[in-house]
Design a protein around this ligand. Structure first.
Ligand code: NAD
Length: 353
């Protein structure tokens, strides 16, 4: 069972080191025969190979069982012709990782401003308002004149259908409620189609209750009554924004895991970015990346029908609950541990929890 590990930029290396500590502990305790193979992407790869990602790396990832991608300084990567490719987009698009699953929940031991909740944002990951995911090659942002830019948003029936189905499948394993988030009052054709398809797919899941909210109003609803939501399905950019909000509402942007999943491949990746403002100071919260690694083990467990992997994934969640309850966490969530110590604490808890 091989996982390719790409530490990334900014806080990537330190949060990935903490995550590896946890994965190695899971490996020992649950006898996973896990092999972590390191490689590089982002700035280190740009310096070494002249490109943030390489096709050789992609082939390596395709041959492995999963990928852990550290946060990348994507904002720095502006010109693909100079090798500055967004690694997130590269893997999401090349591996067709169409479902970005972003759970956010509150924990005992952490105060939060909005009360307890437990929800999952399911974000379409391969099209939408993302210039780098809408055309076969190149960008779908165009400079028409020096003062006029056009950005295209692509929405397709196939992508709507598969993200809807992934969401209903997930809802069936939870509290059986789906909320469709859209902007169909303005984006009438595209988001109208998104809602219609979600509701049509929903007819195959009669036990799942469906409602829908316009994305702007949703920001108020999710802050006011986050406990009303179970699985939220939405298009790419709305999901990106909404999931940062739900993660922060749960306590910190550094707290929520994120899995990018397709039919054949999956990639664990923290929901947050490379946080250059705190990089290299041993203060970043490794929890988001650790929980993402746990989600990746869970996905591999389902693919391989492996009880050991599934149990390892659940145990990482339980260990996270324990260290948070005991306050063995980083400063952003009220603790006083550094990144490395927080990873060690979780790994220690994982030995017995
Ligand atoms: P960010 O998510 O990196 O940081 C936003 C804020 O949250 C900062 O104050 C940061 O210190 C804090 N934060 C983030 N992660 C944290 C953690 N684990 N623990 C504690 N605090 C944490 O967003 P940004 O500053 O807008 O972006 C920085 C870079 O990351 C940019 O280049 C951006 O393009 C990139 N980015 C990458 C990804 C990705 O790789 N998936 C996602 C978002 C942003």
């Amino acid at each position: 069972m091989k996982i390719i590990v790409l530490p990334g930029d900014g806080i990537g290396p330190e949060t990935m080191a903490a995550t590896e500590e946890v994965l190695q502990t899971a490996n020992k305790r649950f006898d996973l025969s896990l092999e972590l193979e390191h490689d590089i992407a982002g700035h280190t790869s740009l310096q070494k190979y002249g490109s943030t990602v390489t096709s050789a790396l992609l082939e390596k990832v395709r041959a492995a069982d999963g990928l852990m991608l550290g946060p990348m300084s994507t904002y720095d990567f502006k010109d693909e012709s100079k090798g500055e490719i967004n690694p997130s987009k590269y893997f999401r698009k090349s591996l067709d990782l169409y479902a970005n699953i972003r759970p956010a929940r509150t924990y005992q031991g952490l105060t939060n401003k909005v009360g307890p909740f437990d929800l999952i944002v399911v974000r379409e990951n391969t099209e939408g308002f993302y210039a780098d995911r809408n055309v076969e090659s190149g960008s779908s942002e165009m400079l028409i004149t020096p003062d006029v830019v056009i950005s295209l948003r692509r929405i397709t029936r196939l992508c709507c259908e598969r993200i809807a189905r992934a969401s209903f499948e997930l809802a069936q394993t939870r509290r059986k409620k789906i909320t469709i988030v859209h902007k169909a009052n303005v984006l009438k054709i595209a988001d109208g189609m998104f809602i219609d398809i979600c509701k049509t797919v929903g007819q195959e899941y009669p036990d799942v209750q469906i409602d829908d909210f316009i994305v702007d109003a949703m920001m108020a609803h999710v802050v006011r009554t986050p406990d009303k939501f179970d699985v939220i399905v939405t298009t790419n950019m709305f999901g990106d924004i909404l999931s940062d909000l739900t993660s922060e509402l749960s306590g910190s942007l550094g707290l929520a895991g994120s899995l990018n999943a397709g039919t054949h491949y999956a990639m664990g990746q923290a929901a947050h970015g490379s946080a250059p403002d705190i990089a290299g100071r041993d203060v970043a919260n490794p929890m988001s990346l650790i929980l993402s690694a746990g989600m990746l083990l869970g996905w591999c467990g389902q693919q391989k029908k492996s009880p050991k992997l599934l149990e390892a994934s659940r145990a990482i969640d339980r260990a996270a609950e324990q260290v948070i309850r005991e306050g063995q966490v980083t400063r952003d969530v009220g603790g006083n541990l550094g990144t490395q110590a927080a990873g060690m604490a979780l790994a220690k808890s994982l030995q017995t929890v």
